[in-house]
Design a protein around this ligand. Structure first.
Ligand code: AMP
Length: 397
């Protein structure tokens, strides 16, 4: 089947057209600055040429039209008509407690996504606009919504409840939801396949270390705990996000700097993490360069980053009463062997033995621990788009 995967942000739209029988990406691209002056469309043509052009897109419907025109362009497109597309898979960040798995979109589903939008005000409205535009322009196709939160809905209350008055959960559904669920599910499934075992027999910790970062404990194929919370701010140290802090830090900064709560949360989201700690960059390549040049703040930040990940791994090994495999994924987890080594140094008490040779060489899916290491350490590149496409196929075939 050919599935068009759509990932809408508030002013952006990323897409991939995937041939799911052969796991081939037929086309991909990105619309940016939708509804803002200078909107831009970036994509590859059927012969691999990269095009980037200013294209007026006043809303997401314009963006979808631009994408469909590029896909079916008689000279440079990859398909001759939209009839070749079998279904559309939409990434939706927040499904609240309502969505425990992917669903075929209808009017009721859109209403339910709208109902949980105040839990993800920066993300869900863009997704809804994108779904509406796609349904209008491709009305004969089935549309499927795949939620970042859905995989984590198997958590029990002891993992998802915060220790705050229970009435806030009852009134406002304040709880841990977790994000990057599509990635955690895909990587934990692949980990089981690589090990040649059934996922129902494994305890796996997935470390999704990208610009946003989260970690999850997956026992017998089900998520039992994850580090992100009500919003994607909790947990690990990230590119620009603080991850866990004492909540009292917020009021303390508010008083000292005469800021509002919203302004401080903005600082925790956009000016903290490795960017805030180093004052250099949110990009780990820049941080590693600074470490190599002897920058002390960069060294301290890297150590803090690795310690935070290791502490979560320890906690999740306890939460599952053991761990068979630990998989690293996303930009940093897949590419940065220094971080993987620093984290692994904390894990020898569990029995993990990193193989430096395997850790430092290779860029693909692989085991990076020594033979006999338990837990097994792995690098498993994530592929959220393929996962969305596969879940779409499951629902519509
Ligand atoms: P993501 O959000 O998954 O795209 O990950 C982005 C992060 O991955 C950034 O901090 C990048 O510095 C990091 N990253 C990507 N490629 C590399 C690489 N080859 N070496 C080190 N870090 C990388």
């Amino acid at each position: 089947m050919k599935v068009l995967v759509i990932n809408c942000g508030s002013s952006s739209l990323k897409y991939q057209l995937i041939d799911t029988e052969n796991d081939i990406v037929l086309a991909k691209g990105l619309c940016e600055r939708i509804g803002i002056d200078g909107s831009n469309f970036e994509y590859r043509t059927n012969n691999g040429q990269k095009i980037s052009k200013l294209t007026e897109m006043k809303d997401h419907k314009d963006a979808v039209s631009v994408v469909l025109a590029a896909l079916t362009d008689s000279q440079t497109g990859v398909i001759t008509s939209l009839d070749e597309v079998d279904a559309v898979g939409h990434r939706v960040v927040h499904g609240g407690e309502h969505f425990k798995k992917a669903v075929v979109v209808d009017d009721e589903v859109i209403k339910a996504i709208e109902d949980v939008s105040d839990l993800a005000p920066l993300h869900n409205p863009g997704a809804i606009t994108g779904i509406r535009a796609c349904r209008e322009l491709m009305s004969s196709l089935p549309h499927v919504a795949v939620f970042d939160t859905a995989f984590h809905q198997t958590m029990e209350s002891e993992a998802y409840l915060y220790a705050i008055p229970y009435e806030y959960y009852e009134k406002y559904r304040i709880r841990r939801y977790g994000f990057h669920g599509t990635s955690h599910e895909y990587v934990s499934d692949r980990t089981a396949q690589i090990l040649g075992k059934k996922k129902e027999e494994l305890k796996i910790i997935v470390c999704h270390l990208g610009n946003g970062a989260s970690i999850s404990a997956v026992k017998n194929g089900k998520c039992v705990d994850t580090s992100m919370g009500l919003t994607p701010l909790e947990g690990l140290i990230m590119g620009t996000r603080s991850g866990d802090i004492d909540p009292a830090v917020i009021t303390y900064i508010m008083e000292k700097e005469d800021l509002t709560a919203k302004e401080v949360i903005d600082i925790l989201n956009k000016k903290s993490g490795v960017l805030g700690m180093t004052g250099i960059s949110s990009d780990f390549r820049d941080i590693l360069k600074a470490v190599n040049e002897g920058n002390e703040k960069a060294k301290m930040t890297l150590k803090a980053y690795a310690l935070r990940v290791a502490k979560y791994i320890g906690a999740y090994a306890a939460a599952m009463n053991g761990v068979d495999a630990i998989s690293f994924t996303a930009g940093i987890g897949e590419n940065n062997f220094v971080i993987r080594r620093m984290i692994s140094e904390y894990l020898t008490f569990l029995g993990a033995q990193l193989d430096d040779e395997k850790n430092e060489n290779g860029s693909d899916e692989r085991i990076i621990s020594k033979d006999g290491s338990k837990p097994v350490l792995l690098v498993v590149p994530t592929n959220e788009e393929l996962s969305i496409a596969m879940q779409t196929v499951e629902l519509v075939k």
